[in-house]
Design a protein around this ligand. Sequence first.
Ligand code: AHR
Length: 662
Amino acid sequence: MIQTLPKAAAILLASASLALAQPAPVINVNTAKPVAEIQPTMWGVFFEDINFGADGGIYAELVKNRSFEFFKPLMGWKQEGKKRTEGDLLVQNRKDEGSNNPRYLHITANNLATGDMGLTNEGFKGMGLKNGLRYDFSVMYRLLSGSITLRAELLNETNEVVGSGVLTPATKDGQWHKQQVSFTASQTVQKGKLRLWVEGNGTVDLDMVSLFPEDTWKGRPGGMRADMIQMLADMKPGFVRFPGGCIVEGHDLSQRYQWKKTIGPVEDRQLIINRWNFEFAHRPAPDYFQTFGLGFLEYFQVCEDIGAEPLPILNCGMACQFNTAELVPLDQLDPYVQDALDLIEFANGNVSTAWGKKRADLGHPKPFNLKFLGVGNENWGPQYIERLAVFQKAIKAKYPDMKLVCSSGTDPNGDRFDYLNGKLRAMNADLIDEHYYRRPEWFLENVTRYDNYPRTGSKVFAGEWAAQSDRVVSVNNKNNWLCALSEAAFMTGLERNAAVVNMASYAPLFAHAEGWQWTPDLIWVDNLRVYGTPNYYVQKLFSLYKGTHVLDLKQQGAIVAGTDSLYASAVLDQKTNEVIVKLVNVSNKPVDRTIQLDGAKKLKPTATLSLLTTDKLDAVNTFENATAVSPVERQIPVDARKKAITLTLVPHSLSVIRVPVN
Ligand code: AHR
């Protein structure tokens, strides 16, 4: 058990010492004989559009309800102006044209000047604006008569104009056109707005009213928030799982995630409600929809950018079993299976294939080299197994090397899990996706969970997990050090069992401070800022120093999984020629250990210690103090003659020691 904290003054800094009063107990690491390979995918990230993670989050669009497709077509918009008259501003619908984005704004202007008639968009939780940064305002318009000018203004919290530009629709041919104007913000504003004045005489239709900052990830127009992706890139994740999560399943099947509807021009991507809009009565989010501006091409692109394997998860023909549990009859499953086959072709096919060509036409001729595909999220029961079998047969027949990720339901134990685990192993599932949202104690008690898992057959994808300081879906859950520390201890068990556990990801990934439905979350953002939680730094340390091979680590012949409140694992990194030892001290007392590097040849006199600790188990990071709990790095001495490092592991700490070896 994690004990309560001692006084801050009693906490010692981790210190390497060659002269302890008592000889420190010895932990032996056999550096000469790796026991298992570690997959490059070992530590990854799980992305879902929950907590305004995509729209209003990583997707940098600042205008909420840009296409007027929310259930309330003017949600997020406010009509303004002193000469506003009834009927001059109408939402119309072109559903008869078969449009995916049928609504637009029909505007009649009668001799209007600035201030006479307009609209203000409030942004998702306001709009973050940065002083000196360029903003790209664009609209789709259809100029029907007259001559009209649109004046776009950035407003600060007190409605002062802090940037503006004028856009005069150029073509009057009764067709839709896109036009853009850019301008610079003269202030940094946490909760800005966009105001649009209509000037002149005539009639015009508007759609896709959009505002993007210049500083998107890799400067891509209409792209992603660079600061959020950078946090992921910094972790060097082995994979990105997307797009969820429950969002894959949908409240009912009409709301399931359909990847084909998320590619191509953004104005043609059909918006749907986000299931987290209404999932929790205690955290309603009536303005939460999915625009799919972050669609499958963008997901693949981000994976490529940050060197992570893409891991898309597809609907298996079942809607969320906590909600409607709607089921596609087996004889109607073909379109779902076809979506999976087409996705593989979209990702990997050469440009002579239909979907490979589609990818090339969208600007990415090079294949994405997809190796993993998930079928179903948290689905369970015989209905899941029946449907999975159909997918498995079809996918393996065409793509035998594709690794399929299969669901073991919502819990890591119990009848549901046992049934699925048995069936999936009998089906020779490539990877079984296990989820555990549990209290910190559970993580400590389950550090040895995988020690007795079969070494052959199906591998484990620990696909969603996080220690809950209160209980699952409680609004009181905190990303505190107690939770992060218990996760670190647990991760030594995952690492030790890398022969079995090939992938692992904390969940959920992102949360907007004003828009979350689920907590805890790995990374928190507001409109301008981002910070990693203590849990983030744990994940990052494991991921950066994942190594290539597991090494045997024992104290007196036994694994270190709770001995004197210590948890430990060791790896070899054949790429950097380092032995990496991870030690977690969950007690409130310093613990001395000598780490004996058995079989090591010549050693340098120093190693690098990354120490993550704080004297408060309830410590959290915040926007104001973003790195309060974050790793500190320093050199520690190595006894090169004895091939040993002796050190004091400070209370409540994760120590990652990198020792250069030949
Ligand atoms: O991570 C939040 C949710 O938890 C996911 O959407 C779902 O898969 C799980 O129940």
